[in-house]
Design a protein around this ligand. Sequence first.
Ligand code: HEC
Length: 152
Amino acid sequence: MSNVLRFNTSRARRFAVASLTTLTAATALAMGSRPKADDEATAARIQPVARVEMAGSAGAAKGSRSGEEIVNGTCGACHVAGVAGAPKIGDKAAWGPRLAQGLDGLVKSATAGKNAMPPKGGADVTPVELARAIAFMTNKSGASFKEPAEKK
Ligand code: HEC
C-alpha cells in the first residue's frame, strides 16, 4: 500500500517538474528572448482584431451592425457618463439644441468630429452604421429619428 503511494507521489513530482520546466521555457520566450522583428510581426497580426473590438461588434459583420451595437461598443464610452463634455444619452436638455440639425446634420457633424468628439467617434463604422448609432442615442434623448435600415 505505502509502496504504491510512494510510486504515485514520485510520478506526480516528476510530472510537476516537467511542467514547470516547460512553463519556464515558454515564459522566457514570451518575455523577450525572441528577436524584436518577431514582436513587431505579432503586433501587426493582432492589430486588426483590436480595431474590430474598438468598433464593438459582438457578432454582426461590419456594415450590418445596429445602432445599439455601435453605441455599446464605442460611443457609450463617452456618451453614457458624459466624458469630456459629451452629451449624455438620455439628457434631453443637452441634446435638444443639437437635434435641430436633423439626423443628416448630426451625421455630418459626427463624421467630421467636433471638439473632443473624434471623427466618427473613433469607431470603425460605415456611414449607415454611424447614422444608426446617432439615431439610437438621440432617440433615447428626445428625438424621434428613424434608424436607417440595414442594406440588404
Ligand atoms: C472620446 C469621446 C467620444 C466618443 C467615443 C464619442 N463621442 Fe460623440 N461626442 C463627444 C463629445 C465631447 C461631444 C460634444 C462635442 C461638442 O459639441 O463640443 C460629442 C458630440 C456628439 C454628437 C453631437 C454633434 C453635434 O453636432 O452637436 C453626436 C451626434 C455624437 N457625438 C455621436 C457619436 C457617436 C455616434 C459615437 C460613436 C460612434 C460617438 N459620438 C462617440 C465625445 C465622444
